[in-house]
Design a binder for this molecule. Structure first.
Ligand code: CA
Ligand code: CA
Length: 226
């Protein structure tokens, strides 16, 4: 049975058999914004779909809270390079974390049951000095996107065994409720994997913020969450 996580809940990474969960996917599933625009006197009503481009990223920190490695979109590399910041990439240096690639729309016509962006994790090959991994989600900075997390119909994070296109066994689900408290918020610190007494554990965070760009979310994590 999959565990349904509440905000702030901490869990062990163990399968129902008791064995450690070491190879899994961290996936985020979300929907596009669909509204019905009514025409003159009710004639010509039509459904309007607004694409929702969210970006799943993560940072890997050592026990002092210093940045060791990261996964975030290479789409910003021209800007990052101009500002002397580390360039985006979709695989960690140790090969233990791999991003499935950019989804720029979200599900149209309701939840399709598959995750839109996924980071595959192999805890056995993570660089020894990594102590915490934070996962976070940002609304892609684009002039065409003028919405916040309150308007997105659903957003969920889960951990499961399988691949980005095949779900074998769901370990845990974390429904991020997009309610009024998410108004104006463009970023979400989702969760962290962390080592305690040599064993990896998971913490469902779910904190929204009004960061305009993922670099601000990274800064927030380094300052307040390490
Ligand atoms: Ca995206
Ligand atoms: Ca989906």
């Amino acid at each position: 049975m999959a565990i349904n996580l509440q905000k702030g809940q901490k869990i062990d990474l163990r399968k129902s058999t008791g064995e450690a969960l070491t190879n899994f996917c961290v996936g985020v599933n979300w929907g596009a914004i669909e509204t019905v625009k009514s025409g003159f006197l009710g004639f010509g009503s039509k459904k309007v779909v607004e694409d929702v481009d969210l970006d799943l990223s993560c940072v890997m920190l050592n026990s002092n809270g210093d940045l060791v490695d990261w996964i975030y979109s290479p789409d910003y590399n021209a800007w990052l390079s101009k500002n002397n910041m580390p360039l985006g990439k979709l695989t960690s240096k140790d090969g233990s974390l791999r991003h499935s690639g950019d989804d720029r729309q979200g599900d149209v016509g309701g939840d399709d049951g598959l995750d839109n962006e996924i980071i595959s994790v192999n805890l056995n090959s993570i660089d020894q000095q990594v102590d915490k991994i934070f996962f976070f989600l940002n609304i892609y900075l684009n002039q065409g996107q003028n919405f916040d997390f309150e308007q997105i119909p659903f957003a969920k994070i889960r951990m499961y065994e399988g691949t980005p296109t095949r779900v074998d066994n769901v370990h845990s689900n974390f429904d991020i409720v997009t309610d009024a408290s998410y108004k104006g918020k463009g970023a979400l610190i989702l969760s962290k994997l962390y080592k305690k007494n040599g064993e990896w554990k998971f913490d469902a965070i779910g904190d929204p913020s009004d960061d305009k760009m993922f670099v601000h979310t990274i800064q927030r994590i380094l300052e307040s969450y390490k």
